[in-house]
Design a protein around this ligand. Sequence first.
Ligand code: GLY
Length: 379
Amino acid sequence: MNILTNEEKIWVDSQWEKLDKKLSKIAVRSREKIPFHSTDFMHDNRGGELIHLWTNGFWPGLMWLMYIGTKNDEYKKTAETTEKWLDEAMSTPERLGHDVGFMWRLASGPHYEIDKNQESWNRMRRAANVLMARYNPAGGFIRAWNWGATKGEKAGWTIIDTMMNLPLLYWASLQDEDPRFKMAAMNHTDKAMTSHVRPDGSVRHVVKHDPFTGEFIGEDETACQGYGVDSSWSRGQAWALYGFILGYIHTGKQEYLDTSKRVAHYFIANVCKDWLPRADFRSPAEPVYYDTSAAGCAACGLIEIAKIVPEFEKRMYLDAAISILKATEQFADWTTDTDYIIGMASGAYNNEQNSNFIFADYYYAEAIYKLKGFEPLFW
Ligand code: GLY
């Protein structure tokens, strides 16, 4: 990014070098894995029975980011291996949910951008069909999850995470010159602006709607990955912050930019004490659960906002993004003895706290990739 100061550029370069130094080794060591988490410091493998997991695009996505920035073929080999494994997930699409955007936008999208190969295009196009088939026309939203205890139980449920899956639909509309995919994505985004984003810029994780009319029923009473009802799960805030600015980038609709900024202001106000997001912004002071995946994802969204807003607005968003990333780096393990990089991420407020996840590594690297000025946008 050309508005970085010299000092910032030096720091960004150092982060990219550290990422490459470590990941060029791990790319080879974990080539036959799709990691989710490191246990005893080594990557686990979510291939096989776990191939449908929502996180299975982050490892190839990370490999593509590093390949684009370094042109080291070891990254490409690992990305291609994993991308092919995901075909097994697509062979049983009834087991997939709304997360197909997370999976194939990252596993196949960059590959298609680089090589213009038909197979990656096909994979993304099939994934877009799976996502589109989840669209509820009465409510104008995309159903998040599959069956719960009963078949109809989750038919009207939306979750804020879906915002990050919508770029796959914008891509499909452009490819087919067919506005349906874009319309579905925009209808969902419009719905999320009112159902999920509260007037103060905080965001509900799970919202129930009547699946026949689309009417808003209320927030899910379990609060799902957050602390409780009316709380504010930080990764959900980050999904919204980044998801709405991506919606603006793909459509130019002003309300999406405004909504992303509103969520960003709320996010910044909640982290500015030490620039480290707690797992939920509205939870007791103790115990302290961090979520560095929310940090990386929010930083990516803040950088995109900074690119778009007028000159005298840019620094506020960029300063916040860099402060968040610098604070996060204190939890980075740059040694090659371990497979993960970023620690202190939480699966949920009530589960898997202060741990490591591939998506925390991914978003940290994506933010540094953006600050280096690399293209394309992965979403
Ligand atoms: N999309 C699931 C999560 O953020 O944990």
